[in-house]
Design a protein around this ligand. Sequence first.
Ligand code: NAP
Length: 332
Amino acid sequence: MAIAADQPIRWGVIGTGGIAATFARDLALLPDAEIVAVGSRSQAGADAFADRFAIGHRHSSYEALARDPEVDAVYVATPHPMHRDNALLAIQAGKAVLVEKPFTINAAEAAELIDAAKTQGTFLMEAMWTRFLPHVVRIRELIAAGRLGELRSMTADHGQWFPSNPEFRLFAPELGGGALLDLGIYPLSFASMLFGSPSTVTAVSDKAMTGVDAQTAVVLQYVGGRQSVSFTTLETRTANHASINGRDARIEIDGVFYTPTTFSIIDRDGATERVEIAHEGHGLRHQAAEVGRCLRAGLVESPVMPQAETLSIMETLDEVRRQIGLRYPTEV
Ligand SMILES: NC(=O)c1ccc[n+]([C@@H]2O[C@H](COP(=O)([O-])OP(=O)(O)OC[C@H]3O[C@@H](n4cnc5c(N)ncnc54)[C@H](OP(=O)(O)O)[C@@H]3O)[C@@H](O)[C@H]2O)c1
């Protein structure tokens, strides 16, 4: 589905929770996109969200949202165990689809969505918003230009403190809870962006009271002996730093590395250059801008967040979960 350059992308949102609201607020800062419809499990939910963000079409089911003829692109913002079914509705209706991270609960579901989009000829992308943030774009440019020399390793952490509540999404197994899929995916996706698919995966973990992972450390090794160390936790607020280490220089990304932030380039001899890029808003809109760019170019996937890489990240998450003994109710 190619969209003319002068036409705004008309978005429909599935789900009306925390991230859907953040997306709606940030999309308002994007000139060539608008939310025209929202779908909720209830009419009251759709109405409340639509009132908050001045959205015209209010659907009392995700099916109706997916069928809305005025929607070009659907943003799936439900808990991860629902991503597969909700995204399939939109793909089968021929919409472009942006699916929150983690893309699905496991790699088998991810492959199913990718196959469905290919069959349908529709655009599909994982909403790994960090990849599209200005500081990450700049970091990729610096690496491509050889500023760090040969890359050898990366370390990153994503840790948040959440009150212990077994019903809260991050602790609830039926909602895909646990640090790994919700938070750990950020350092793991960052490592994937730098190094691709790992050749070996080694993970250790400790469980929360509900059996999901409370904190998990993952060491990956890649072709050529490059390594990444990722740590995630939902028990402590960590520095949320990332370091990319090259033979000539390293980049240290200030906390919170996966949101708009600053970084330093530190040469082998210690000389330091600060990079500070002014940024307005939350930052979720940049991935929506990428969807718009791709649709206008007639692309069915983004070269920045390709489907094969999303699948590879899900395979790494599956292998980590196999090693730490974490399965979800929808998988048994
Ligand atoms: N990119 C980011 O920075 C970021 C941040 C937070 C979360 N996320 C991701 O976004 C997704 C949603 O997270 P969230 O924090 O927005 O969750 P949330 O606040 O709990 O909202 C989820 C929404 O999904 C819908 N839903 C459908 N089935 C549900 C069920 N069985 N239980 C609860 N809600 C259900 C509900 O909307 P209706 O009732 O209207 O149908 C609900 O409001 C997750 O996959 C998460 O990993 C991404």
